[in-house]
Design a protein around this ligand. Structure first.
Ligand SMILES: [Zn+2]
Ligand SMILES: [Zn+2]
Length: 343
């Protein structure tokens, strides 16, 4: 089969490699679309230590089952599926409590980090265990389905947060995940969602996707705006979707006493904490990572149109063009959001 192989850092080749053999309990999936994730783009230069070559990356995929291994039940060749980006063990302390994203033995598809190497879905076929499979609603395209991982990150973050109800939520950072958080909040019934970013284009997309107000992050008057909107209190919940010291500070400053700050972004590994404000204002800080079983709900949200993913799909080139699209994403080309490779 053809696969996009990371041969060495920042060097790809499309090569013929052996089709993976599905083990017992696994299925072989014919990949129809696979998204290039930010973690792949950052990882391809070696800086994250999690894409050690040689490696077939890719963990945001959808396709159809080509073959089932031994002991697979309930799945047939031809079934249209997507799968969790993380292969969890299903048996550790965390998995038994449903917190599969915290699995002690989690292995992300398309990652090699020294501890393990698990080839991913930038290839014609990938073998995955049946326990991470999800069936696609009939009206969902493979391209839409390949966006489900990103949607699940947003939906999981909203679920981890105390319900906002008819209150006000602020989303700091209107990149793709931030814009999905805006939509997940709206889908959860929060009417008053504010989006904040530096980029006007992203803010206008935020408006289109359900933000009632938008704020420029460099507008010094934003705290006044939020106070005026919330009876002087501050927002009930803030979502930090950037991961820089300044944006963490902004999220903490924007919430009311007793409010919550949900931390999703982690561009930087460290950020100062305004400790006294968090303690004396009784804020709840919530870390959130990946998702834990939200895929079926997310597939329904996409299929019903409650969450729009098509606005984020910038291009759907063939696998052979993978290397050049990786370079364009690596260069930070403006306006590029999700690129889906089609093997
Ligand atoms: Zn990803
Ligand atoms: Zn586990």
């Amino acid at each position: 089969m053809k696969a996009l192989l990371l041969k060495e850092y920042r060097r790809f080749a499309v090569e013929d490699v052996a089709v993976p053999e599905p083990a017992a309990g696994e299925v072989l999936v014919r990949v129809r679309a696979c998204g290039i994730c930010g973690s792949d783009v950052h990882g391809m230069d070696g800086s994250s230590g999690r894409r050690i070559p040689p490696l077939i990356m890719g963990h945001e995929a959808a396709g159809e089952i080509a073959r089932v291994g031994d002991d697979v039940t309930g799945w047939q060749p031809g079934d249209r599926v997507t799968f969790d980006s993380t292969v969890y063990c299903g048996d550790c302390w965390f998995c038994r409590r449903g917190r599969v994203n915290l699995c002690d033995h989690r292995r992300v598809l398309g990652v090699s980090c020294g501890e393990y190497r698990r080839h991913g879905a930038f290839a014609e076929f990938v073998a995955v265990p049946q326990r991470i499979l999800y069936r696609l609603p009939d009206n969902l395209s493979f391209e839409q389905a390949a966006m489900v991982e990103a949607v699940s990150v947003a939906v999981h973050a909203v679920k981890r947060t105390p319900p906002v109800g008819d209150g006000t939520a602020l989303v700091v950072g209107a990149g793709m995940i931030g814009l999905l958080v805006v939509q997940a909040l709206r889908a959860a019934g929060c009417r008053q969602v504010i989006a904040m970013d530096l980029d006007e284009g992203r803010l206008s997309l935020a408006k289109k996707l359900g933000a009632v107000h938008t704020l420029k992050a460099d507008d010094a008057a934003w705290p006044d705006f939020i106070r005026a909107l919330t009876g002087g209190r501050g927002v009930d919940a803030a979502f930090e979707v950037v991961g820089l010291p300044q944006t963490v500070k902004t999220a903490i400053e924007a919430v009311r006493k007793g409010g919550s700050v949900t931390l999703i972004g982690n561009l930087k590994p460290q950020a100062d904490l305004p400790l006294q404000a968090v303690v004396t204002r009784e804020l709840t800080l919530i870390g959130t990572c990946a998702s834990a079983g939200e895929y079926p709900e997310c597939l329904d949200l996409i299929a019903s149109g409650k969450i729009n993913v098509t606005d984020f799909i910038s291009a759907t080139p063939p696998l052979e063009e993978g290397a050049q699209w990786f370079e364009r994403l690596y260069a930070g080309e403006k306006g590029l959001m999700k690129v889906l490779l089609k093997p």
